[in-house]
Design a protein around this ligand. Structure first.
Ligand SMILES: Cc1ncc(C[n+]2csc(CCOP(=O)(O)OP(=O)(O)O)c2C)c(N)n1
Ligand code: SF4
Ligand SMILES: [Mg+2]
Length: 333
């Protein structure tokens, strides 16, 4: 597909062509108590800016619920509803079904109202994955955004299946007997959902700050293509990753440029890399890891192991950075 064809494909999405075109009104404003430098808060602010005011939001328990609803205050300007930790997908289905029924019965005017759920990595990717899976098999217009700060941050940084290998959390502190306590490789949620849900026309990964506008345009694309859609964002978290809040943007960018976090979109089954870490010269993972206190116990062999796994992902997987399947290309030859 040529660049012109791709632009034409999302013509109705009103994509931002440069930062000066980004809408000025804010629908996630003051009144939240997220940490300084919290990128998950930026994920909230940017998705609702891209979606606009005709949107209802449901949010699962987690930092983005708790820090955004201190008693009698909230940054949300649009209608917003809390749902249980694993309830993200089902709450979006319920909301979309309710709106459709009200419109069918003539109780509210027929119009396009966006339904967006946000869930954390534990809520959306582990505990609530069944509900998200169900939501992606429906015919409702809804978008699930899994904001991934790589821990159960709200309850003081416990490991989830999205926590990177070797990271220290309150569940996996380094010790004198065992240096590495968290031995699971990060779960591949976006690709798993894309492969397993034929009704889902759009799945993407994103980082709120890099490349500029990429995340907001992915939200616009998901909403314009219609049907159930899914976006996974990687969100640097100063508290859980243990770094000075001023480096959140730099760390997001490094996660992408080292190839640790693959950036892509899968549009009606077609993969498009939005940062091609297979083609570009990747920054060594060490530059990303050593800036975070959660990896401060790493030794040479740990950096080497991490690098080797990332290299494998880009050089040996059948669909680089996405599908950890090997051998199919050989079979076809
Ligand atoms: C069923 C259930 N179990 C445990 C909790 C306690 N709890 C509240 S928030 C949270 C962590 C959520 O982690 P995540 O979804 O990654 O969101 P984050 O806090 O990182 O933003 C936990 C374990 C809960 N609210 N409900
Ligand atoms: S702990 Fe992390 S995710 Fe939670 S508010 Fe602070 S920076 Fe944001
Ligand atoms: Mg989390």
């Amino acid at each position: 597909m040529t660049t012109e064809e791709k632009m034409e494909e999302f013509k109705g999405a009103n994509l931002y062509s440069n930062v000066h075109k980004i809408d000025l009104p804010e629908f996630y404003t003051s009144g939240h108590r997220t940490c300084q430098g919290c990128e998950s808060a930026l994920v909230m602010r940017d998705f609702i800016k891209a979606a606009g005011p005709r949107t209802v939001v449901t949010g699962a328990t987690g930092c983005m619920y708790v820090a955004n609803t201190s008693y009698m205050t909230t940054p949300w300007v649009v209608p917003w509803m809390h749902t249980q930790l694993g309830g993200g997908g089902s709450s979006a289905v319920g909301m979309a079904a309710g709106l459709r029924a009200l419109m069918r019965k003539g109780k509210i005017p027929k119009e396009n109202i966006n339904v967006i759920n946000f869930s954390g990595d534990l809520g959306g990717g582990d505990m609530g994955i069944g509900g998200v899976s169900m939501a992606l098999q429906t015919d409702y217009n809804l978008l699930v955004i899994m904001y991934d700060n790589e821990s159960a941050a709200n309850t003081d940084i416990q490991a989830t299946n999205m926590t990177p290998w070797g990271a220290q959390t309150t569940f996996s502190p380094t010790g004198t007997k065992e240096r590495i306590m968290h031995k699971r490789w990060k779960k591949n949620v976006a690709a798993m959902l894309a492969v397993g849900h034929p009704n889902c026309k759009y799945v993407a990964t994103a980082c709120a700050t890099f490349p500029p506008m990429d995340y907001m345009n992915k939200v616009k694309k998901a909403l314009s293509i219609g049907g159930p859609t899914f976006i996974h964002t990687l969100d640097p978290c100063p508290k859980g990753w243990d770094y000075h809040p001023r480096y959140s943007g730099d760390l997001g960018q490094l996660a992408v440029k080292t190839g640790v976090f693959p950036l892509y979109e899968i549009v009606r089954g077609e993969v498009r890399y939005t940062y091609d870490a297979a083609a570009k010269k990747r920054v060594p993972v060490r530059e990303y890891l050593e800036k975070q206190g959660r990896f401060s116990h790493f030794k040479e062999e740990d950096y080497d192991f991490f690098q080797q796994r990332v290299d494998e992902m880009w050089e040996e997987w059948e669909v680089p950075g996405i599908a950890p399947i090997r051998g199919a290309l050989k079979l076809r030859k």
